[in-house]
Design a binder for this molecule. Sequence first.
Ligand SMILES: [Zn+2]
Length: 397
Amino acid sequence: MNLLRRHPLALALLALLLLSGLQPLPPLVDAVTGVPPADADLVRPTVYTLLAPPSNVLDALTFLSLERARALLIVWAAALAAWGALRRGTARRRLGRALLGPLGFVAAGGAAVALPRPVPQLVAADSSVTVLDYHAHTDASHDGRPGWTAGDLAAWHAAQGFQASYVTDHNVIFTQPVEEPIRLLPGVEWSVYREHILALGAVGAIDRGRYNRDTRSMLALFAELHRQGALGLASLPEYWRNGWNDLDAFVASGVDGFEIVSCAPKAIAFPAALRGQVLQLAAAHDLLVVGASDNHGWGKVTCVWNLLSPSAHGYAANRVIARPLALAQGDWEPWTAAYTQPWLMLRSLSWSERSSWITWILVILIYRAVPRRSGDPGGLGILARSLEVFALRRPQR
Ligand SMILES: [Zn+2]
């Protein structure tokens, strides 16, 4: 008990881990109904679960809207700096600690974007559906990660359970024949008047200037895409931010569907109430609704998958399966991110992940509880000795 009194933070974290288990969030939900899908599972690799604390933290840093990421960074950097500065020690050590916290936090952000690591995978029970992504980029896009090839993109998708993905670079038509590890499909993301329109399938070149004058000219793109035999989908965040009052005109002009979930930091906070309005419009006109990873080579995890049924068409053809932590981005005010993001992350843990967290905390507590003999170096020797002490204290039979 003395151990816990000396480590109030560890005690608080243990309490939060247990409390959050009383209000669990499902690993996946259907973005239309809000109900966990009965026929799809989120499978975490063993190494992912063994390393649950970094795995979960890096995922939670990935599923942040731009505004919430900013708020989280400011509050946590300030708190860690203050904590470092207020601990006992020489002025120099305190300054070092004050800098270390915020730098560590920024490093975690960098790790979320770029560090290779095991990732969760969606597994669908029904083998007739295709696990699909409609919107992803390579380095052919001006904002794609340098060196991010079509092969890298296909491997990124395959690791997370996708079976196919459209490749939609900005104003560059994708035509590379990639079949392994998953099939990449032809597409493009056209930048036209205040909108980004995903063109999917048999896309051909267009004169973008013709669709770049005003909303009316932009809407003519859908007819051109149909002439080519391609589909045209309205992309987030553009139709939300710039075209919200024109959605009926989108439908009248032949839009084939709407993104309703996007993992892009500028689009992930699309509010549930507005999603509901788009769903109503799409259902009334039997239009497709889709989820988009909008991957650009940054970030290791997707927040959304699509289950495409071959037998259905229009509104019923595609189911959008998302991580609740991503959908929550639109529900919470940005300034709450410093505490709502960690709390939502803890609520999203499976019991295996929660056990992994608890084990790590106990191991670190035991390690820190064993007094070092003067002159002993830190490290695994101490840990081994502390586990020995722990074993000796158990009642003997
Ligand atoms: Zn995009």
